[in-house]
Design a binder for this molecule. Structure first.
Ligand code: ADP
Length: 169
């Protein structure tokens, strides 16, 4: 059985992420979508909220599991018995960073390979941070976020703004 891992921040999951999840799930027997704790980022949604959003939007995908991890991806992959990491590539700017991470992961865990799925054109510009920017304006978010999470997303944006917080953090 071929298991792949799709890691990320997913703060929150976008239609671009979901597109990669669907495509990877159709290639591998099992796909583990793993929310990674990143000490360098201050997320808008907690780990529990991000995993709950992912579970909500992937519930019809039988071979997709949602998990989270606070350890090195290479170690997590070894522990979960997977030798393939899936990454989405939007533009050349993603490539350099992802290529470096793929090499580091392979150095730490030599049996681990990284496979890249290119973004579909309608999602190339899409990132979680772009959606947070757009949420400040009166924009229909359905092109960017799965419908099931839009009400919760908007509520959080409103709450952050009411508290004078920074949505770009
Ligand atoms: P971001 O905060 O940049 O959206 P994440 O850490 O949540 O990034 O992304 C996890 C993975 O999903 C990365 O491999 C990233 O390149 C990929 N990804 C993010 N958005 C898209 C998209 N719109 N199309 C394809 N891949 C994407």
């Amino acid at each position: 059985m071929k298991t792949a891992i799709y890691p990320g921040s997913f703060d929150p999951v976008t239609n671009g992420h979901l597109n990669i999840i669907r495509r990877a799930a159709s290639i591998f027997d099992k796909l583990i979508v793993c929310v990674m704790v990143n000490a360098g980022k201050k997320p808008m949604f907690s780990l529990t909220e991000r995993t709950a959003f992912l579970a909500r939007v992937t519930r019809e995908l039988d071979n997709v599991e949602i998990d989270y991890a606070d350890e090195l991806l290479a170690d997590y992959a070894r522990r979960r018995g997977s030798c393939v990491i899936v990454k989405g590539l939007r533009a050349a700017s993603d490539f350099e960073n992802e290529f470096q991470m793929a090499l580091i992961n392979k150095k730490i865990n030599p049996s681990l390979d990284t496979m890249f799925l290119t973004s579909e054109h309608q999602y190339m510009y899409l990132s979680s941070s772009t959606v947070k920017e757009l949420a400040c304006y009166d924009v229909d978010l359905r092109d960017f976020l799965p419908e099931e999470i839009i009400p919760d997303f908007k509520q959080r944006i409103r709450a952050v703004k009411e508290q004078g917080g920074n949505i770009h953090a």
